[in-house]
Design a protein around this ligand. Structure first.
Ligand SMILES: C[S@@+](CC[C@H](N)C(=O)[O-])C[C@H]1O[C@@H](n2cnc3c(N)ncnc32)[C@H](O)[C@@H]1O
Length: 280
């Protein structure tokens, strides 16, 4: 119906449809209370900016906030516990040696943020690579607890910090404090609205000259505006091109992008993308 009226951008209409934002939508109803609480301050900010905007723009932004929060809670609850983390450890050596280490070997690991570490299989590699201070940030308390049990407060000369995020922000990380940001095998699931929010936070928290390795979905090149929970490999609607656009929007440079497919042990070609970023 929204589509027929032609009042709304087709992009937000397809996002509403794919995420089932409506009376029959299972996830949006399941998380309704939490979504309304978590969206309140962003919706208030939006209302404060109301006057110069058309009603269509306001509704589009409000729906994007709702889709973002719904996707955060869905993705959080899909990764609480289970056998995934132990199984994933088995693939780490190959992934590190072939997909990651060659591209980050010259990075300054003085103050590192790893987003969404799970149970810390990548963190162990970053520590082995000589990280001096490591912030681990995850939306699940269970993951942060697992990392704290594994690494403690100091590990091999590295000062460890642990944070539970609301799912789209890093308020506990100081401005211009990070020399390197890193995420592997997690942001591949994050809806594009979550990725944009985190890129804004990276841009704020990175020092000038800081770099990053961000592994994200490219499935949005095939299925734009789709719901991560229904896509192959639970990949989100992010794409390599959209990632470049978002980086430009928040003031970050993309210095390299590599698509991952069957040769990189992914289900289909061009499923994921590893982007190297830099703060000018
Ligand atoms: C598939 S696991 C991957 C964990 C780890 N990177 C690895 O390679 O083993 C996804 C991780 O993302 C975390 N996560 C999901 N949504 C998040 C969000 N919005 N912000 C931060 N972490 C999130 C989950 O709690 C989980 O730790």
């Amino acid at each position: 119906m929204l589509r027929d009226e032609g009042r709304f951008d087709p992009e937000i209409v397809s996002r509403i449809e794919s995420h089932e934002i409506g009376a029959a939508g299972h996830a949006v109803n399941h998380f309704a209370e939490e979504i309304s609480q978590a969206s309140a301050s962003e919706l208030r900010d939006l209302a404060a900016r109301l006057s110069p905007k058309s009603p269509e723009d306001v509704v589009t932004e409000a729906l994007d906030i709702i889709i973002k929060k719904k996707s955060i809670f869905q993705c959080r609850d899909a990764h609480t516990e289970g056998g995934y983390y132990a199984d994933a450890e088995l693939g780490m050596d190959w992934q590190w040696e072939n997909l990651i280490e060659p591209y980050i070997k010259d990075a300054d690991l003085s103050t590192v943020l790893e987003l969404a570490p799970g149970h810390g299989r990548n963190s162990a590699k970053l520590l082995g690579q000589g990280a001096k201070e490591l912030h681990l940030v995850d939306v699940n308390q269970t993951c942060i607890d697992a990392c704290r049990n594994r690494f403690g407060e100091q590990y091999d000369g590295c000062k460890m910090h642990y944070h539970v995020t609301a799912g789209d922000s890093l308020p506990f990380i100081a401005n211009q404090s990070l020399t390197f940001v890193y995420s592997f095998d997690s942001m591949v699931h994050f809806d594009r609205s979550i990725i944009l929010a985190y890129l804004r936070e990276f841009a704020r928290a990175m020092r000038p000259g800081a770099t990053g390795y961000i592994h994200h979905s490219n499935y949005g090149a095939i299925a734009p505006n789709s719901d991560w929970a229904k896509n192959i490999g639970n990949r989100s609607d992010m794409s390599a091109g959209l990632f470049r656009d978002y980086c430009a929007e928040v003031g970050l440079e993309v210095t390299d992008q590599r698509l991952h497919g069957r040769a990189e042990q992914r289900g289909i070609d061009d499923l994921d993308c590893a982007s190297l970023i830099r703060k000018p």
